[in-house]
Design a protein around this ligand. Structure first.
Ligand SMILES: Nc1nc2c(ncn2[C@@H]2O[C@H](COP(=O)(O)OP(=O)(O)OP(=O)(O)O)[C@@H](O)[C@H]2O)c(=O)[nH]1
Length: 611
C-alpha cells in the first residue's frame, strides 16, 4: 500500500501486499484479500487461491477459526483443479497450515500428506522441507514425539543435501522443543542454541521468535544445571520488545521464574507468581502446565487437598483435549505416512555424508527475506509445544500412579493385564495380595498409621518381588504383583517369600505394627483362546486361591497353575467355587498350609489333569 493507505491497483499487487501484511497487520490483510475476491469472475484461479490463502491465514492469526477454516476448505477445493507444479504444492501446504492453526489437525495432516506426495512425485525436493517440518509439529501435537523427531531429522538431512537452509531455524527450534519434551534437554541445547543464533544473526523471524527460542533454550539450560546462562538468557528475553504481549510467552517466562524461586526455597513466592497468571487466554495445553505447577507447589506446601483438586481439574481438561484429537482418523493416515517415511530415512542416510561443505557455501545467500517469512510460519506452531513436552508424560504418570504408594494404579495394571492376556504362552504369574485384618490397624492406630503400613508394604513388595516384577496397588489394601516368565515353582517360591516379607512388623509413628498378608496366585493367561479380557479368569482364580488362604487362617498363600488347555473353559464361570465344583475336574490348589476347608475344584469331564 502507498503511504496514504490507498489500495494498490492490480490484483497481483494487492495479493502481494496481503501476504506482506498477513502476520503484522492481519486486519489489513483481510481487507486486501477481500478486495481481490470481490473482483469475482475476472480472477484467475491462482489469484483467487492466493487471496483465499492470505485471508484464511490472517483469520487464523486472529483466532477466527471458523472463518479461517472456511477459507482453507475453499482453497483445498480450488487447489484440486490446478495444474501440477510447485504452486499446487505450496497452496496445499498453505491450506494445511491454515487448518493446522485453526484447530483442524486431522484435516491439516491430510493436506500435508497430500502435499508431500505431490512434491515427491514432481521431484520438488525443497518443498518437502517445510512440509516435513509441519508434519513434525503436527505429530508432536498428537503426542507422537518419536515420529515428530524423525520428521525434523529428515528435514535437516534434506536441507544439508540440497543446501537449502531457509527453514533451519524453525526446524532446529522445533526439534529442540521435541527433545526437551522427551526429557533430552542436553541433546536439545545445541539445536535451540543454533536456532536462537540464526534468529538473531540473520534476522530470520521476529521478536516473538527470538523470545520463544530464548525461553526454550533457557528452560533446557535450567534443566541441565546451567542456571547462570539460563538466567542471563531470561534477562535478555525480558528486554525483548514485543509488538503485542503474548499470554503464552508471559506464561513460559513466569513458569521458569517460578521454578527458579521454588528451587531457591521460596515455594510460597513461586506459588504467588503462578497464581497471578490469568488462565483465560491460554490453550488447554498451557492450562495443564500452569495447573500442574500449581499442584506441585501446593503439594510442596503440604496443601494436599488443594493439590488434588487441581490434579482433578487437569485430568478433566486432558480428557476433553484428547477427545478432540480424533485419534482413529489419525491412525489411518499414519499408516499411509509410514511407508513414505521409511523411504525418506534411507535417502537421509545416503545423503548425509557429502553435504557439509555445500552447506557452508550457501549459508550467506540464504540470509534473506524469504527466510523471514518461512521462519514466521513455522516457529509459531512450535511455540505451543513447550508446554506440551513434559506435561503429557507427567499427566500420563499421574493418571497411572497410585498417589499414596507411588505404585502403578488399577488403571495401569488393567492395561498390563489386558496385554499379557493376549500372549499365547501363559507364563506370567498373577499374585493377588491382601493385607490381613487391616481394618484393625486403622481402628487401633488410626488411618495415618494405616497409610504408613500400606506404603511400607508397597516398598517391600517392590523390593522383594524381583527386578522384572510389575507391582501395583489394585485398591484399598490389595496389591497385584505380576511375574513375567514364571513357572509354577517360581510362583510358589515368590508367594512364600512375599508372605514372609509382609509378616515383618512395620515401624510407624506409633511404634512397630504387626502386619501380615494372604496371597492367591494363578497363571496368566489360562490356557485357552486368546482374548484381551481373559485376565478376568486368572484374577478370579487367584481370588479364589486368596479366599482359601484367608480361610486357612491368614498369613498364608494358595494358588493354581493350570498347565493344560481345558476345552470349554468358560471365563465367566470360573469365579466362584460353586461353578467350578460343578464343571471342573479335581485340581488341588497348591498352598502353604493344609487347606482343610478348601473347596475342591474340578475340570470338565475328560480333560487332562494339570497334575
Ligand atoms: N489407612 C488406609 N486404610 C484403607 C485404605 N484403603 C482401604 N483401607 C481400609 O482397609 C480396610 C480393609 O478392611 P477389610 O476389607 O474389612 O479387610 P481386613 O480388615 O484387611 O480383613 P481381611 O482382609 O479379612 O484380612 C478398610 O477398613 C478400609 O477402610 C487407605 O488408603 N488407607
Amino acid at each position: 500500500a502507498g503511504p496514504d493507505g490507498a489500495l494498490p491497483l492490480t490484483v497481483d499487487e494487492r495479493n502481494a501486499a496481503c501476504s506482506q501484511a498477513e502476520d503484522a497487520d492481519p486486519e489489513r490483510a483481510i481487507a486486501l484479500a477481500q478486495s481481490v475476491l470481490d473482483e469475482g469472475a475476472v480472477l484467475g484461479a491462482m489469484q483467487r487461491a492466493d487471496a483465499l490463502g492470505c485471508r484464511g491465514w490472517a483469520q487464523a492469526w486472529l483466532a477466527r477459526k471458523d472463518e479461517a477454516r472456511r477459507d482453507a476448505y475453499a482453497l483445498r477445493e480450488l487447489v484440486q483443479g490446478l495444474e501440477r507444479g510447485a504452486e499446487r504444492v505450496r497452496l496445499t501446504r498453505r491450506a494445511g497450515g491454515i487448518l493446522h492453526r485453526s484447530g483442524d489437525r486431522v484435516g491439516a495432516l491430510d493436506l500435508y500428506a497430500r502435499a508431500v506426495g505431490d512434491a515427491e512425485a514432481q521431484g520438488l525436493e525443497s518443498e518437502r522441507i517445510p512440509l516435513l517440518a509441519n508434519l513434525g509439529v503436527l505429530h508432536s501435537e498428537f503426542e507422537e514425539h518419536a515420529r515428530a523427531q524423525v520428521n525434523y531429522e529428515q528435514a535437516l538431512a534434506l536441507m544439508e543435501r540440497l543446501g537449502d537452509f531457509r527453514y533451519e531455524a524453525p526446524v532446529r527450534y522445533n526439534l529442540g522443543l521435541n527433545l526437551t519434551g522427551q526429557d533430552r534437554d542436553a541433546d536439545a541445547v545445541p539445536h535451540l542454541r543454533r536456532a536462537l543464533e540464526l534468529i538473531r544473526d540473520t534476522g530470520m523471524g521476529g521478536p516473538m521468535q527470538e523470545l520463544g527460542a530464548s525461553i526454550a533454550l533457557a528452560g533446557a539450560l535450567q534443566q541441565t544445571g546451567q542456571t547462570v546462562e539460563a538466567q542471563a538468557l531470561l534477562e535478555r528475553a525480558r528486554a525483548i520488545d514485543m509488538p503485542a504481549p503474548d499470554p503464552s510467552m508471559e506464561l513460559q517466562l513466569r513458569l521458569i521464574e517460578a521454578g527458579q524461586r521454588a528451587d531457591a526455597g521460596d515455594v510460597a513466592g513461586a506459588l504467588a507468581l503462578i497464581d497471578a497468571v490469568e488462565p483465560g487466554p491460554l490453550t488447554e495445553i498451557q492450562q495443564w502446565d500452569w495447573l500442574k505447577r500449581r499442584a506441585d507447589l501446593l503439594e510442596r506446601l503440604g496443601r494436599h487437598a488443594d493439590a488434588n483438586r487441581v490434579l482433578h481439574a487437569i485430568n478433566t481438561l486432558r480428557e476433553t483435549y484428547l477427545r478432540h484429537q480424533n485419534h482413529e482418523r489419525l491412525a489411518a493416515l499414519d499408516a499411509h505416512m509410514r511407508d513414505r517415511e521409511q523411504r525418506l530415512e534411507v535417502e537421509r542416510l545416503q545423503a548425509a555424508a557429502d553435504t557439509q561443505a555445500r552447506r557452508l557455501e550457501v549459508r550467506d545467500r540464504l540470509q534473506g527475506a524469504t527466510a523471514v517469512v518461512a521462519g514466521l510460519l513455522l516457529l509459531f506452531g512450535g511455540a505451543v509445544l513447550l508446554w506440551q513436552r513434559r506435561m503429557n508424560r507427567r499427566l500420563f504418570l499421574a493418571s497411572h500412579t497410585d498417589a499414596l504408594t507411588g505404585l502403578s494404579n488399577r488403571r495401569a495394571m488393567t492395561q498390563r493385564l489386558r496385554a499379557l492376556a493376549l500372549q499365547p504362552q501363559g507364563d506370567t504369574a498373577l499374585l493377588l495380595i491382601d493385607l490381613d485384618l487391616f481394618k484393625r490397624i486403622n481402628d487401633e492406630y488410626g488411618h495415618d498409621v494405616g497409610d504408613q503400613v500400606l506404603v511400607a508394604c508397597a516398598r517391600r513388595l517392590q523390593g522383594d518381588a524381583g527386578a522384572d516384577a510389575i507391582v501395583s496397588r489394585w485398591g484399598g489394601e490389595e496389591f497385584i504383583v505380576l511375574l513375567p516368565h514364571c513357572d509354577a515353582q517360581r510362583a510358589r517360591a515368590a508367594a512364600d517369600r512375599l508372605r514372609t516379607v509382609l509378616a515383618q512388623p512395620v515401624p510407624t509413628d506409633k511404634g512397630p505394627v504387626q502386619t501380615g498378608a494372604s496371597l492367591g496366585y494363578a497363571n496368566l493367561p489360562l490356557p485357552g483362546p486368546c482374548h484381551p479380557d481373559a485376565w478376568h479368569a486368572s484374577l478370579q482364580l487367584a481370588d479364589s486361591a486368596l479366599y482359601l488362604a484367608k480361610r486357612a487362617g491368614r498369613d498364608a498363600w494358595a494358588g493354581y497353575w493350570i498347565e493344560h488347555a481345558i476345552a470349554d473353559w468358560p471365563a465367566e464361570r470360573l469365579g466362584r467355587e460353586a461353578h467350578l465344583a460343578r464343571s471342573l475336574r479335581v485340581i488341588e490348589p497348591q498352598s502353604s498350609r493344609p487347606l482343610r476347608e478348601a473347596v475342591t475344584l474340578v475340570a470338565p469331564h475328560g480333560a487332562p489333569s494339570p497334575g
